[in-house]
Design a binder for this molecule. Structure first.
Ligand SMILES: [Fe+2]
Length: 255
């Protein structure tokens, strides 16, 4: 049994006339390279860990920009799942993003080959309201009680589980800036994942740099952003292979 999936995060893709961020002008081309790589590697699915776009001229232009990116995702022969990032809501409303994805929810799970994959939505304000049209501070996201209750019930059924999130559940306490990237109730969620005894790894976006740590028996991997790379780099589009006894990240066991 082996399941393979591709990951990408924080493209921050910008339109030519919009303000740039790092290499954001190039990340749409990187995405095409990355998705082609995933197809060559025979992935079963891919996951965007959020922050796909930089702001456009206005919300209508952003909506079209996002729609054409989702069309691109559909052209490689495997499904692309989307974890919500704060930048998805810098111009668009929550309702517009749901319309783009043709769904009524932004957190869900699916099972493949007996393995469970969980997509969290960390784009909620401390008052429980969803991020929408720039009504948020990117440093202060939470997972609200309703989503926690769903997660608690889901993890009550024991099976191998991998989690995807934009806001960080784990952060390096020695990095003074990393705290900005964690979600406010991350400790509560980590405790829930640990108590389940069946979560093997959490893949995080938001931080833009690679990092890898083990906390409470669960591995936390920060997926890097191509916005930080001077040229297209394969490691910005990592492939994960789920094996019988763990997983390989870019073909190697993290240690
Ligand atoms: Fe980002």
């Amino acid at each position: 049994m082996s399941i393979r999936f591709g990951l990408f995060s924080d493209l921050h893709s910008s339109l030519p006339h919009a303000p740039q961020r790092g290499s954001s002008a190039r990340t749409l081309e990187d995405l095409k390279e990355g998705l082609s790589r995933f197809a060559r590697e025979g992935v079963d699915f891919a996951v965007s860990l959020g922050d796909n776009l930089q702001p456009a001229s206005d919300a209508a232009e952003q909506f079209e920009q996002f729609r054409s990116m989702i069309r691109l995702w559909c052209g490689y022969g495997f499904p692309v799942h989307a974890v919500m990032g704060n930048h998805e809501f810098s111009q668009l409303s929550h309702a517009q993003v749901l319309e783009l994805f043709q769904t009524d929810r932004t957190y869900y799970s699916f099972t493949l080959g007996g393995v469970r994959f969980v997509l969290l939505d960390t784009c909620y304000n401390p008052d429980g309201g969803h991020f929408s049209e720039d009504n948020f501070d990117w440093r202060y996201g939470i997972v609200p009680e309703a989503e926690l209750a769903w997660l608690r019930e889901l993890l009550g059924e024991k099976r191998r589980t991998f989690v995807f999130t934009h806001g960080n559940l784990y952060f390096d306490k020695d990095d003074p800036y990393a705290a900005w990237y964690r979600i406010l109730n991350c400790e509560e969620i980590r405790a829930l994942l640990e108590a389940s005894g069946c979560v093997e790894a959490v893949f995080q976006g938001h931080h833009h740099t690679f990092a890898d740590a083990v906390c409470g028996g669960i591995r936390y991997v920060n997926v890097p952003s191509p916005e930080r790379s001077p040229v297209y780099t394969e490691s910005d589009f990592p492939v994960v292979t789920v094996t019988e006894d763990g997983f390989l990240y870019e073909g190697r066991r993290l240690s």
